[in-house]
Design a protein around this ligand. Sequence first.
Ligand SMILES: [Zn+2]
Length: 106
Amino acid sequence: MWMDLFEGSKAVTVFVSHVSAHKQVISAEEDFNNQVDRITPLDTTQPLAAATPVIAPWAHEQSGHGGRDRGYTWAQQHGLPLTKADLATATTECPICHQQSPTLSP
Ligand SMILES: [Zn+2]
């Protein structure tokens, strides 16, 4: 099954294509969340909109949990088609940020 696809460097591209074709892979997205730390994306030539709920939290984490604007800047620098709203949601829902002081943002 598709889980095996994570073995390859094209995992994200394949995954995005999979989501685009089949949008009812909710459990698959959750699994992807668990895997995403180990993956080095991204082929930005691929449409990522379908994977935004997965990519946004990832970008937030990669930016160092710096909040909406920092995550957005990081995403822009890496060519990710994420909006500030996407990063705001990712920040709000980040379990790690929830464990820290909410006054961290500058
Ligand atoms: Zn965070």
